[in-house]
Structures are given as structure tokens and as C-alpha cells.
Design a protein around this ligand. Structure first.
Ligand code: G1P
Length: 296
């Protein structure tokens, strides 16, 4: 029997050093793309896939993330008094039911695999999604929903994958590809951040996963991998051959918001999707491109 997918783990303990000084006193997952913080995109995407329970794996200085999903009574009262009904409605749309969010602390930065292992009590014996809020996906069908559908098809682990330039393989988890129907890819192996010459393909993992709970036992070995960290990729690799394991070439565009240029690109792409902003954004972009405004 294929168990329903109701849980998601969101690792948010990272220090965000690439975005200093912006992240000195706030969580990088609170940085907005247009007007919504990265964390909220991830939660909205998970909810659209039927996820009902969320576990944030947090660390020091991350309390704003938990506050964000609380009810802001004073703010709501003020908006109501001022007749700002649209803003109030938007704010309320992010309310999660009582008890839907839990947090665990990852006290030490020992890697993504260690962060997921910290959520083991939340995961229990259930399948679960992982969303890395740094990765933003613009898609007609939310990426996690696409993964959830593929999970129901295959009954095993499914990870979202995309082709990257070979020169970039050392930034990502990379697949050794078996049977490939153009959409679902059988995973034969996984390597974390291989050098281009050692990479088994140029098909990379993005920050969206649906995994079976068996991965926790593999993580518990606490073996150190690339960068001296406990890597989720290594634990997943050990499940191959024991459970169905597929990569899904998802539909949509992925933005690496852990990277400054990727983050900027996401701002533009998401703003261009907004009818209230698109004309103005398109107009100013044209002046930068055509007239060389701001060129050095
Ligand atoms: C993590 C994973 C990597 C994956 C990437 C996607 O790396 O370890 O396999 O390809 O996320 O964004 P990180 O970006 O944390 O270095």
C-alpha cells in the first residue's frame, strides 16, 4: 500500500553567509522575492501538494521564521481598523491550522543530511517531502505536487532533477541515470558535488524531494561525505536497489536563490508574472538593456 504524503521537512538552519550583511540579524529564508519571503513560497508549494504537517529544522537566530506562521493579532486589528481588507485577506491566507507547524533545532551545522535526521521523530514511519527554500520553482503545477503525483505512481523515492552545464556539477547532487523515459528517470547512483570530469551525468538534484522513511536509518550512520558534511545524497544513494528510486524532470523553471544572480533573476521572473507589476518592470528592463542605463 502506498502511504499518503502529508508531511514536509524544511531545513532552515543555514547561516546565509552568501547574503551578508542582509542575513546578519534575520533568516535568509525571510528574504522576499517581490513581496513574499522564500519560506512562504515553500510552505505554499507544499500545501498545494496536500501537505498538512510541517517541520522547520531551525537554528539560532531563526525565530522570525516561526513568528511568520503565527497569527499577528495587533497587525490584523490595525488593518481592520484602517479598512485594509485586501491586505488582511492576504495575511490570513498564510495562516496554518493550529499544530500544523513544529520545529526542531539543528544545534550544529553538520550538513543537510544531519538536518533531516534531526526531524526523525516528526517523520516517524511516514513518507515525507523535503523543500529547500533556497530553490524556488516557477511552474503551472507546483513542483512538489508533480513529485507527489510521481510518488503515487512509483511508490518510492522521487527527487526533482534538471540538467545543468557540466561545468556546474560540483555545486549539486548528480544522478547516475538508468532507464529514462524523458520525464521519469531511474536513478542508478547519486554523487554529491562531483567535479565535472568525475560526474556520471549532468542531471542535478534540485531542492525538492519525496523520500521514504528508510532514509533515516542511513542518515543515522552519520558518515561524512563531500565537504566533511553528513550528506543527504549519500544516504539516499544507499537506498537505491532497495526501494524504487526515480528522478523527475519537473515542468517549470528553477531559480537558485542561494546565489545572488539567481535570486535577482527570481525577482524579475516572479514580478513579470504579476499583472500589477509586469508592464512597469518590462518597461524599466528595456531601458537597462536597450539604452545601457547603469552600464559601467
Ligand atoms: C543541496 C544538496 C544537493 C542539491 C542542492 C540543490 O546542496 O546537497 O545535492 O543538488 O541542495 O539546491 P547545497 O545547496 O545545500 O550545497
Amino acid at each position: 500500500m502506498i502511504k499518503p504524503l502529508r508531511k514536509a521537512v524544511l531545513p532552515v538552519a543555514g547561516l546565509g553567509t552568501r547574503f551578508l550583511p542582509a542575513t546578519k540579524a534575520t533568516a535568509k529564508e525571510m528574504l522576499p522575492v517581490v513581496d513574499k519571503p522564500l519560506i512562504e513560497y515553500a510552505v505554499d508549494e507544499a500545501r498545494a501538494a496536500g501537505i498538512e504537517q510541517f517541520c522547520l529544522v531551525t537554528g539560532r537566530g531563526k525565530t522570525a521564521l516561526v513568528e511568520h506562521f503565527d497569527i499577528a493579532y495587533e497587525l490584523e486589528a490595525t488593518l481592520r481598523e484602517r479598512g485594509k481588507h485586501r491586505e488582511l485577506k492576504e495575511l490570513r491566507a498564510n495562516h496554518l491550522p493550529p499544530g500544523a507547524v513544529t520545529t526542531v533545532r539543528q544545534q550544529e551545522p553538520l550538513g543537510l543530511g544531519h538536518a533531516i535526521w534531526c526531524a526523525r521523530a516528526f517523520i516517524g514511519e511516514d513518507p515525507f517531502a523535503i523543500l529547500l527554500p533556497d530553490d524556488l520553482v516557477l511552474a503551472d503545477t507546483p513542483c512538489t505536487k508533480q513529485l507527489a503525483d510521481a510518488y503515487h505512481e512509483t511508490g518510492g523515492c522521487v527527487i526533482a532533477v534538471t540538467e545543468v552545464p557540466r561545468a556546474h556539477t560540483s555545486r549539486y547532487g548528480i544522478l547516475d541515470v538508468g532507464r529514462d523515459d524523458g520525464r521519469l528517470v531511474e536513478v542508478r547512483g547519486l554523487v554529491e558535488k562531483p567535479k565535472p570530469e568525475a560526474a556520471p551525468s549532468n542531471l542535478s538534484i534540485i531542492g525538492r524531494y519525496v523520500l521514504l522513511p528508510q532514509v533515516i536509518a542511513e542518515l543515522a550512520r552519520m558518515e561524512r561525505g563531500a565537504g566533511g558534511e553528513v550528506q543527504l545524497t549519500d544516504a539516499m544513494a544507499r537506498l537505491i536497489g532497495h526501494v524504487p528510486f526515480h528522478g523527475l524532470r519537473f515542468e517549470g523553471r528553477r531559480f537558485d536563490c542561494g546565489d545572488k544572480v539567481g535570486f535577482l533573476e527570481a525577482q524579475i521572473a516572479f514580478a513579470l508574472k504579476r499583472p500589477d507589476m509586469a508592464p512597469a518592470v518590462r518597461a524599466f528592463l528595456k531601458t537597462y538593456v536597450n539604452d545601457g542605463v547603469g552600464a559601467a
